[in-house]
Write a protein that binds this ligand. Structure first.
Ligand SMILES: C[S@@+](CC[C@H](N)C(=O)[O-])C[C@H]1O[C@@H](n2cnc3c(N)ncnc32)[C@H](O)[C@@H]1O
Length: 347
């Protein structure tokens, strides 16, 4: 029994455990309704087993791909109960910064901690610190580098100031690394493949190349950071249209997606990529977003068996007329997510 089930589900991943093993452990250790936790959940075997055995569960992982695989795996369980995926927010990142680099009311110690944070991110990005500048923190090859704060989104104003400093120093390339981004900064453009409105501003100012890169949560994982096993992906963009086909009813259609990271795909795979939607693995809609937790109202994703991905959501009907904010989240084949908010009014 054990061997047969293992063979069927085996993915070849070195530390994979068969569900049958976790079934035994969970069944022995607790009763239905009890809470099972796996704080290093990996691909989510423990959580999937807990769900199937009627236990409540909680899991976490620092790796974006682990969270994505776990989420899809749980959604694939028939009648899986609703769950939330919460991201590490600014308070957790502040905590990480405090315990890693120091947390002090003393101004000079706080400055030292900030300097160490910047040096740490620069090192992971394989850039050198650059002294004597106000908005630019480092240099990588020909590019100047600006790093966003742990506890605030990178703003349009902030990038503009870094661009101005590049212009003053006659530097033609800027890389901005951020944890979060002001709404609209990384938003779509008339032509997605030309980047965001920020890219247009950069060109107007005379900075030829602007790259907006996501600081991965993985930098907070000591072992990965020590091995410099951390990749910074450029932000992707998508276009979606919201239609109102009936009274109180809306529908989302994905229209386009552009990723600047396509050159990371191995040649044998990239030759199979025919259209923009091939780069999307999963997308989801929160019909009534309140600027905090993303509540998944509708979702579409690929599985190993079903490779097709619908690009039109189901219809959603609100209970009452009013103004709503719809959040659309797209996760690409690298496991990176990109979100966009749309304000709608329904009658
Ligand atoms: C081998 S997997 C464990 C999978 C699962 N618990 C199991 O037993 O099958 C280890 C996971 O721990 C995650 N991890 C490592 N350090 C972490 C940390 N500090 N916080 C959360 N997750 C972490 C890794 O990303 C990886 O997915």
């Amino acid at each position: 029994m054990y061997l047969v089930r293992r063979a069927a589900e085996e993915t070849g991943f070195r530390t994979q455990k068969p569900e049958a093993l976790l079934e035994r452990i969970v069944s022995i250790a607790c009763n239905p309704g009890d809470l099972v936790a796996d704080f290093f959940c990996g691909s989510g075997t423990t959580l999937a087993v807990a769900e199937k055995l009627g236990r409540r569960w909680s899991g976490c992982d620092l790796e974006r791909w682990a969270i994505h695989v776990t989420r899809k795996r749980l959604l694939g369980i028939p009648n899986c109960k609703p769950f939330e995926v919460l991201n590490l927010g600014k308070y957790e990142r502040q905590y990480w910064q405090g315990v890693t680099f120091g947390d002090s009311e003393d101004k000079s110690r706080a400055e030292q901690a900030l300097y160490e944070y910047l040096a740490f991110i620069l090192e992971l990005y394989r850039a050198q610190p650059a002294a004597g500048m106000v908005h630019l923190h480092g240099k990588r090859g020909k590019a100047m580098v600006h790093i966003g704060a742990v506890d605030a989104p990178v703003t349009i104003e902030e990038v503009s100031q870094a661009l101005d400093e590049c212009v003053a120093l006659k530097q033609a390339e800027l890389h901005v690394l951020g944890w979060e981004w002001e709404m609209g900064l990384a938003g779509p453009n008339n032509d997605l493949r030309k980047g965001s409105p920020m890219h247009e501003i950069a060109k107007q100012k005379g900075v030829k190349l602007l790259r907006l890169l996501q600081i991965p949560r993985k930098v907070m994982e000591q072992q990965a950071a020590a091995k410099a096993d951390v990749r910074f992906f450029e932000l992707a963009y998508f276009e979606a249209k919201i239609s109102k086909p009936e009274k109180l009813t809306v529908q989302v259609v994905l229209k386009d997606f552009a990723t600047p990271n396509a050159d990371l795909i191995p040649a044998d795979v990239s030759s199979k990529m025919k259209k923009w939607s091939d780069y999307i693995d999963y997308w989801a809609v929160d019909w009534d977003f309140h600027n905090d937790t993303f509540m998944q109202g509708w979702v579409a994703y690929r599985t190993r068996k079903e490779r097709r991905l619908p690009l039109t959501s189901d219809l959603h009907t609100y209970q009452k007329p009013g103004k709503y904010r719809i959040l659309v989240k797209v996760i690409d084949i690298f496991g990176n997510d990109t979100s966009q908010a749309f304000d709608v009014e329904v009658q």
